[in-house]
Design a protein around this ligand. Structure first.
Ligand code: ATP
Ligand code: MG
Length: 494
């Protein structure tokens, strides 16, 4: 961040009073002045103002009225009111609405005023850092590494349905994205189901950044493998001493993410007791920090994800039906990657670009053989698995060159046969003879070894303990050869 002076906007209809303030503050602050609220609004729109110092008595509207409007449009600005009259009554009644940080009485003492403003600046910084930190801490690992410099607009673009969720023209993900974009603007709770690594969290982010809450926080809270007390304190917050080790008050996510969206990840694993507590929040929009007797209001859109079939959990009595109906306003199921193999080339190139930025290493793209091997593998760990595979390939690959199929892990290459049968069914099938079954496995092994050695037959035969002639014979028998088109390459961004 730059070390430039903090910007302060002074609004006062009395020119002399304005000048006096400006003179005193100009050393330490970048001072903007406005004689009317209209001018002030223009300045707020054009500048990044941290503090607004506003006179209470102005011809068109009172300072409190104006600051109430400012609060709605620019909630982060620290609002301070200056008053020369004994109209404290008026001000105090409006303090809450306008969310006034401090109220300065005239005549003001320059040093004291500067001190108050310095405190206001640190308050602004704290508030900002707190907000950024809250988001940053909860962001996916990848994104968290990036600077937040371009702000949420960038995030918004990153998670747009067109750019953020990569898919092909004929992908079943198109229908899913249509549904997501339809429900995004409404404050409906959405249940997102799908196998691990399919992109549930990504879908939740896309909903958030395409909703009216997009400029507020998005937070993820994992519900599995977290003790209930910890989960409760994370979401509801606690008072000092309310639970073991709580040396100070902690604000919960329901408060910190006020106005934003929370994804409750793996909601299927919530304990029955916690389900009751959550139901109360969902029904009444209220919660109570642990150890506090004060009820707080919350304004959160809840999204939930589950790797288990939640309807099943309800049927089996493990998940509350009433909570289920509240949470599953709309259900979206993300298909596993093996059911949308047509997405693999685009996705692989997209993930490769991401990995190149993260790792700081450039390659030209994938060889066509690498792509076709990737298309044949079933990816039980879905997009996350292919993402890891690509990162590993990039690390192992030669800079500026194409990433070849030889860089893929053996498990991927083993499935690289065009028949695309999984290992188990191949061995256990009863419709084939023993010879056929053994041969099918043999083909897989031969192909894996050949791809890994870039079809260098001497190396492959040595590894497999075969003579070159022996290997040649097998290749002829099984019609195994490098596919023509696999010599081509798949350049990034084609
Ligand atoms: N269609 C897609 N386009 C681009 N990136 C994707 C896509 N789907 C998933 N990803 C990326 O794959 C990774 C895993 O996705 P995500 O974390 O959303 O999955 P998940 O279903 O929440 O996984 P888990 O069940 O393990 O929590 C993330 O880095 C995500 O950005
Ligand atoms: Mg997830």
């Amino acid at each position: 961040m730059t070390q430039s002076k903090p910007t302060i906007l002074i609004v006062d209809d009395e020119v002399r009073s304005l000048e006096a303030l400006e003179r005193n503050l100009t050393d330490e602050f970048d001072v903007q002045i406005a004689e009317t609220t209209k001018e002030a609004e223009q300045i707020l729109a054009d500048h990044w103002v941290q503090i607004i110092l506003c006179d209470q008595r102005m011809p068109d509207k009172s300072g409190v009225e104006f600051l109430t409007e400012v609060r709605e449009k620019w909630p982060d600005v620290i609002r301070i009111i200056i008053s020369g009259y004994t109209d404290a009554g008026d001000i105090i009644s409006g303090l809450n609405e306008a969310g006034i940080y401090y109220y300065v009485t005239k005549p003001w003492h320059p040093e004291k005023l500067i001190l108050t403003l310095r405190n206001a600046v640190s308050m602004f910084e704290l508030q900002r850092q707190n907000e950024l930190l809250a988001i940053e801490l909860r962001l996916s690992e990848r994104t968290a590494k990036k600077k937040m410099s371009d702000g949420r607009q960038k995030l918004r673009k990153q998670y747009s349905f067109d750019d953020g969720i990569v898919r092909s023209k004929s992908s079943p993900m198109n229908a899913i994205c249509d549904t997501l974009s339809q429900v995004a603007p409404y404050d409906l709770s959405v249940l997102i189901t799908g196998e691990s690594g399919t992109g549930k969290e990504l879908a939740a982010r896309a909903i958030h950044y395409n909703s009216l809450r997009w400029n507020k926080s998005f937070a993820v809270q994992k519900c599995s493998a977290v003790p209930q007390a910890v989960l409760e304190s994370e979401l509801f917050g606690h008072r000092r001493g309310a639970i073991a080790g709580a040396v100070q008050d902690q604000t919960g996510l329901f408060e910190r993410a006020y106005g934003g969206t929370i994804l409750l990840d793996e909601v299927c694993d919530l304990s029955p007791a916690f389900q009751v507590k959550l139901l109360r929040v969902v029904q009444d929009g209220e919660f109570r920090p642990i150890g506090s007797n004060q009820t707080k209001k919350t304004d959160i859109r809840l999204l939930v994800s589950s790797y288990k079939n939640l309807e099943n959990e309800v049927r089996e009595g493990r998940f509350r039906k009433d909570l289920y109906f509240r949470l599953a306003g709309v259900t979206v199921s993300i298909p596993p990657l093996r059911d949308r193999r047509e997405d693999i080339p685009l996705l692989a190139n997209f993930l490769l670009k991401q990995a190149m930025t993260d790792i700081g290493k450039e390659v030209a793209g994938f060889s066509a053989e690498a792509i076709s091997c990737m298309k044949r593998y079933a990816w039980p760990g879905n997009v996350r698995e292919i993402q890891n595979e690509i990162e590993r390939m990039l690390v192992m690959g030669k800079e500026h060159d194409f990433l070849g199929a030889d860089l893929l892990s053996p498990k991927v290459l083993m499935e690289a046969s065009p028949e695309r049968e999984d290992d188990l069914s191949l061995v256990t099938t009863t419709t084939r003879t023993l010879k056929e079954r053994v041969e099918a496995v043999e083909i897989k092994i031969l192909r894996e070894s050949l791809i890994r050695h870039r079809w260098n037959k001497s190396k492959a035969s040595r590894e497999l303990g075969l003579s070159r002639v022996g290997l040649r014979g097998k290749l002829d028998r099984y019609h195994l050869e490098k596919e023509e088109e696999q010599d081509k390459v798949d350049e990034i961004g084609k």
